[in-house]
Design a protein around this ligand. Structure first.
Ligand code: DAH
Length: 351
């Protein structure tokens, strides 16, 4: 019976080779799992060889069992190798499929930008800062007294009609949205009197008007105010010219025309020579050769007194200009409604 185990061991070898060939052919996770079940599972073709051990001579059993176990370990190792190389292949192909070329230009996230009205306001404030003016911020919701009365508009005086007003409901027309930045003059003087001041006061103002291409119910202003001993109209002219030359350019000329504002005396309106035709007359300046840019004057003694100064000791000048109007002229913006229209095609052209 000595030949039987040899033949049987040869059979184990044959089965092992068959299993190896099958393993080579097993591609993919499912095939590998099926292979494992078929050969090495509980009732697998290698494992179940052990069941036939009882048919052998007792002397042959150890050699047979060892051979089955050895085949089983060899196939187990081959399976592990195949499975892990299968995993490595899957990882490699996933990496290849998801590869990111870090040298390609990225897609930048959309960035916000400043509103054109903010851009122009800041530019003007920068110029005035360079000229020694401090920024003073004042409230947008004002008292009627401060917006009008203390600025020398007597009650019921027709000058109030110069600016149609939004009143805050339920306050008996005592509280309103400021119609100009001039009430900030009273606030600033109240904060600093009797010391000299030189300030600019930027911000939003509101008027109860019909909205048209040329008029809005809200827009920005920049107010200027200087108060101190010996301040004259010459200082006002120097300041305005200094601003115009920095903002519009050194070759632009200014022209003062007498005007009327309740809070200044004397009062003037200032024109700048047209940048397109240099005074000859054109479409931009409507053939005038000049563009109106601001109102100004010497602070009225009543206003100085209302601000807490002694008009016998100090004098002052003030001016008020419209940054959005200046920007519209510079960029040929023909409709003020673009400013609050929230159309990014307009807004994106600035800044
Ligand atoms: N407050 C005036 C307005 O809104 C502008 C103005 C004119 C301001 C003359 C001033 C000034 O300070 O002196 O129309």
């Amino acid at each position: 019976m000595g030949s039987e185990p040899i033949a049987t061991i040869a059979r184990i070898e044959m089965l092992r080779r068959e299993a190896e060939v099958a393993l080579d052919a097993a591609k993919g996770d499912a095939a590998l799992t099926a292979w494992k079940g078929e050969w090495l599972g509980k009732g697998g073709r290698i494992t179940s060889l052990l069941r036939s051990v009882g048919a052998l001579d007792a002397a042959d059993r150890p050699a047979f069992g060892a051979a089955v176990n050895a085949a089983s370990r060899t196939l187990e190792a081959a399976y592990e190798a195949a499975a892990s190389s299968r995993q490595a292949d899957a990882m490699a192909s996933a990496l290849a499929a998801e590869a990111i070329d870090v040298t390609l230009p990225g897609t930048p996230p959309p960035r916000g930008r400043l509103h054109p009205s903010t851009i122009i306001l800041r530019r003007m404030l920068d110029i005035f800062a360079e000229m020694g003016f401090q920024v003073f911020l004042s409230r947008e919701v004002e008292l009627d007294d401060v917006n009008f009365t203390l600025l020398n508009h007597p009650p019921h005086h027709p000058a109030r009609d110069m600016q149609d007003t939004f009143y805050i409901a339920g306050t008996n027309e005592q509280v309103l949205l400021r119609t100009h930045t001039s009430p900030g003059q009273i606030r600033a003087m109240g904060a600093y009197a009797p010391d000299p001041i030189r300030i600019v006061l930027p911000g939003m103002v509101y008027r109860n008007e019909k909205i048209t291409p040329r008029s809005e119910i809200q827009f920005t202003q920049v107010e200027g105010l200087a108060v101190g001993p010996h301040i004259t109209m010459a200082n006002l002219r120097g300041t305005i010219d200094g601003f115009v030359h920095r903002y519009y350019g050194p070759n632009r000329r200014t022209r003062f025309r007498t005007s009327y504002f309740p809070f200044t005396e004397p009062s003037a309106e200032v024109d700048v020579s047209c940048g397109l035709c240099d005074g000859a007359g054109c479409r931009l300046c409507k053939d005038a050769g000049w563009l109106e840019i601001l109102g100004c004057g010497m602070v009225h003694p009543n206003v100085l007194a209302n601000g807490g100064y002694d008009p016998a000791v100090v004098s002052g000048f003030a001016f008020g200009l419209g940054p959005m109007r200046a920007q519209m002229m510079a960029h040929g913006i023909d409709d003020i409604r673009h400013y609050w229209g929230n159309d990014v095609r307009f807004l994106e052209q600035f800044g």
